[in-house]
Design a protein around this ligand. Structure first.
Ligand SMILES: C[S@@+](CC[C@H](N)C(=O)[O-])C[C@H]1O[C@@H](n2cnc3c(N)ncnc32)[C@H](O)[C@@H]1O
Length: 241
């Protein structure tokens, strides 16, 4: 089943806009600290381009990469100055290194095997300039265990969206079943997407980083301060070793 299809990309573009703006001060600070003369930025799994918009507005030359053409359609509108590439984060090759590489809002959790996570991290490293920073966040095992157990709905005159989440502890996999009904004339068109995210433990993420020769500092992904014992999301700021 394809995810981030036409109907869900429209919902995502409307409803999940704020994350990048919340992250921006932290990302800006990271750049000022490590490479204040940074000029180029690669946003992996860029979605609808909300982060790219801020990146371009702040004078960077930006490239966004995502697998979903529907997400990229919105990115083109939200960040017209960015170059967009439709590709898989596990297997892409751009003829450029970047001063900043980002992959935010639990995008890497969509890689459900350690092998695939390793492939994506290696790709990120390959595209990072020698003194550049790579910043990404991930939902943790504890985070999915604690929070992926609910049903939420979005009700609007032109659509109804139902999100049902659950977590399979044995396999470490979270499932979010999205069922939408979008008004079409006098009837409703139904769509359904099944999103599977793997809840990674910090040791697993850090083992993958070590294998790619990344040094890192980690933060709680929500407070952006010290990680907690059961941080639901972890954020890593990585550098080439
Ligand atoms: C939760 S969204 C985050 C989007 C964006 N980073 C943001 O902050 O709004 C996850 C994104 O990852 C993309 N994605 C998932 N698996 C991918 C893959 N293997 N390669 C490239 N993009 C992928 C999806 O298409 C989606 O746009």
């Amino acid at each position: 089943m394809h995810i981030y299809g036409n109907d869900f990309a429209a919902v995502y573009n409307d409803k999940w806009q704020d994350f990048s703006a919340r992250m921006w001060p932290f990302l800006w600070e990271t750049i000022q600290k490590h490479k204040p003369d940074a000029k180029t930025w690669l946003d992996l799994c860029c979605g609808t381009g909300r982060l790219l918009k801020l990146v371009c507005e702040n004078g960077f030359s930006a490239v966004g990469l995502d697998l979903s053409p529907h997400q990229l359609k919105y990115a083109k509108v939200n960040a017209p100055a960015a170059t967009l590439v439709q590709a898989d984060v596990r297997d892409f090759s751009l003829a450029q290194e970047f001063d900043m590489v980002t992959c935010i809002f639990d995008s890497l959790n969509y890689l459900t095997t350690k092998k695939d996570l390793g492939r994506a991290l290696r790709r990120a490293r390959r595209h990072l300039s020698e003194d550049g920073s790579f910043v990404f966040d991930m939902n943790t095992f504890a985070g999915l265990q604690d929070t992926w157990c609910h049903i939420s709905t979005i009700r609007e005159p032109h659509r109804v969206i139902i999100n049902e989440t659950s977590f399979d502890e044995k396999r470490g996999l979270g499932r979010c079943l999205i069922t939408g009904f979008v008004k079409q004339g006098r009837a409703y068109r139904k769509f359904e997407e099944e999103h599977i995210e793997r809840g990674y433990k910090a040791e697993e993420i850090e083992d993958a980083l070590a294998r790619c020769e990344f040094g890192f500092k980690k933060y709680d992904g929500y407070s952006l301060s010290r990680p907690r014992k059961r941080s639901a999301r972890l954020l890593y700021v990585c550098h080439r070793e």
